[in-house]
Design a protein. Structure first.
Lengths: 237, 300
């Protein structure tokens, strides 16, 4: 078992004539939180779309030593990939419980699913209170909690988080990052994509800075927080 | 009063047929945001499948529950297969194309089926086999419960309850709703969206199959263009209820059936078809999202 869970090499993604990702390489090791930060349009979400199979790509993406290039999105879940998508993507007209059950779609071990549901409710009592409510009626923060727990319901090896702080009040953002740290402390490997560079760097073991489709900087989260370039461009100091 | 009740029963029985067909439109719309114009022709093929099956099995003059069940099964099977084939060959290759392309393709498939039907089955009307014994089950003078109307009501009710169960109580039903609400996220969670879309066509088409047997029983004259008018009306019913909304399709179908019956009874049968399209104009003017539909707000 190798140390590297996700290996991305020379990744290119194009939308028609737009070359959105121009040959990036990075690794996510087991039990790490790795952050991918960058401005709007830098290619963060596109990178995740390539990993989860919603965008075609050139180059190589390997998850746990499986080549993902020929594997359709729904099969990648079985390999241990789960995502909380940008804008949370909860199913608005399904109940909280049904959303969570959708997270466990690829599983058939009923007892295990029951157990994970209970665990999820322990971790997020708020979701338990609202389990029969339509997910569309939840607040943004609650929807984000739901999106993360829904992703965890597949018992993934790698959790992809796409802009979990998007559109949330600062206090709620802090809560969400607490949750991320807690999930990580239980052994989850996380690839975090964020515009909120400060929070993302603080939470991360390592981080990559993406600018117009290329990685321009990488290093330990704390080191990047202290980096002058990053401070000027992303932290506004 | 008894007259009125009789009209209510007739209207409900006609309306539940509209509802069955409307469900197919609304389910496909819900999941692909397209109007499957070929749906009404799938229904037509279902009617002919039952016609030939009855002939072949020699049960065209043996009305009864066995015949009803046999024809329902045949019609549902043939319609499912046809729906599945249309989806696979005509619509799936256009999944990433602009919505207009797939709409035009649907019209093409519809014309193809209608005119192939005329070549294969012949353009002259055929007489649908006798499905149930035509008799009066209960006679209250001017109010009569006829076996055909009761059969229509019972079979439609069973189909709709089964559909409700499928959509709300099963894993595949949950996946259908998930795909209709956000296909990309559903795929991300491990749903094979192509398979779910195909399954939706199977379910919608088999409801059309049920509808074709019920219509054949009530109005036993079938011909290759028989789907056009009823298809349009069922489509109006789906829009009336709020297209994409399952309960809306049933509601819309019943309203259409009842009001058509009332128009014929109390105004003039000349206005039978005008009513459907009058309703369509009204709903588009005053409540374009339909009775139970909601305006979808794009969220950022």
């Amino acid at each position: 078992m190798s140390d590297v869970l996700l290996q991305v090499r020379d990744l290119h993604v194009s939308y028609g004539s737009i070359h959105a990702i121009k040959g990036i390489s990075f690794d996510v090791r087991r039990n790490e939180i790795v952050s991918l930060i960058g401005a709007n349009g830098a290619g963060k979400t596109t990178t995740l779309r390539a990993i989860s199979g919603l965008a075609g790509f050139k180059g190589s993406i390997r998850l746990d030593n499986h080549d993902l290039s020929q594997i359709p999105p729904d099969k990648r879940v079985k390999l241990g990939l789960a995502q909380s998508p940008e804008g949370r993507g909860v199913f608005p007209q399904m109940s909280v419980l049904e959303n969570l059950e959708m997270g466990a779609y690829s599983r058939s071990d009923r007892d295990g699913i029951e157990k994970d549901l209970r665990r999820c409710y322990e971790m997020f009592p708020r979701l338990k209170e609202r389990r029969s409510q339509m997910a569309g009626t939840l607040s943004g923060g609650e929807q984000q909690m739901l999106a993360i727990s829904r992703a965890l319901m597949s018992r993934p090896k790698l959790l992809l988080l796409d802009e979990p702080s998007l559109g949330l009040a600062p206090l709620i953002v802090a809560q969400i990052f607490e949750i991320i740290k807690q999930v990580h402390s239980e052994g989850m490997t996380i690839l975090l994509v964020e515009q909120n560079a400060r929070m993302a760097l603080k939470a991360a073991d390592r981080a990559y800075v993406l600018e117009t489709g290329k990685i321009v900087l990488d290093g330990r989260g704390q080191d990047l927080l202290d980096n002058d370039e990053v401070r000027r461009s992303y932290l506004g100091i | 009063m008894q007259d009125f009740l009789q009209h209510v029963i007739n209207g409900l029985s006609l309306g539940s047929i509209y509802a069955l067909i409307a469900l197919g439109y609304t389910m496909v719309y819900g999941i692909l945001q397209m109007i499957n114009f070929a749906h009404s022709d799938v229904y037509m093929v279902g009617a002919f499948a039952s016609y030939y099956a009855a002939k072949w099995l020699g049960i065209e003059n043996q009305p009864g529950l066995m015949t009803l069940a046999t024809l329902l099964v045949v019609s549902m099977l043939v319609c499912s297969l046809l729906g599945l084939t249309i989806e696979r060959l005509a619509y799936r290759p256009l999944r990433k194309a602009p919505k207009l392309n797939i709409l035009i393709t649907a019209i093409g498939v519809s014309l193809f089926l209608e005119y192939t039907g005329q070549i294969v089955f012949g353009a002259d009307p055929k007489v649908f086999p006798e499905v149930v014994n035509d008799m009066v089950l209960a006679d209250f003078g001017r109010l009569q419960l006829k076996s055909s109307d009761i059969t229509v009501l019972i079979v439609s009710l069973i189909s709709m309850v089964a559909l409700q169960f499928l959509i709300h109580r099963t894993k595949v039903g949950r996946a259908m709703r998930a795909v209709s609400q956000n296909a990309a996220v559903a795929a991300m969670l491990g749903v094979n969206t192509d398979r779910i879309i195909a399954f939706t066509f199977v379910v919608g088409s088999s409801l059309a199959g049920v509808g074709s047997v019920l219509v054949g029983m009530k109005y036993p004259k079938i011909e290759p263009l028989m789907g056009m008018m009823i298809g349009l009306k069922a489509f109006v019913a789906a829009v009336l209820g709020g297209i994409g909304n399952i309960t809306g399709a049933v509601l819309g179908g019943l309203i259409m059936g009842l009001s058509e019956e009332m128009v014929v009874a109390y105004l003039s049968s000349t206005y039978r078809d005008a009513l459907a399209f009058g309703l369509l104009i009204l709903i588009l003017l005053f409540r374009p999202a339909g009775l139970l539909g909601r305006y979808q707000m794009e969220k950022v």
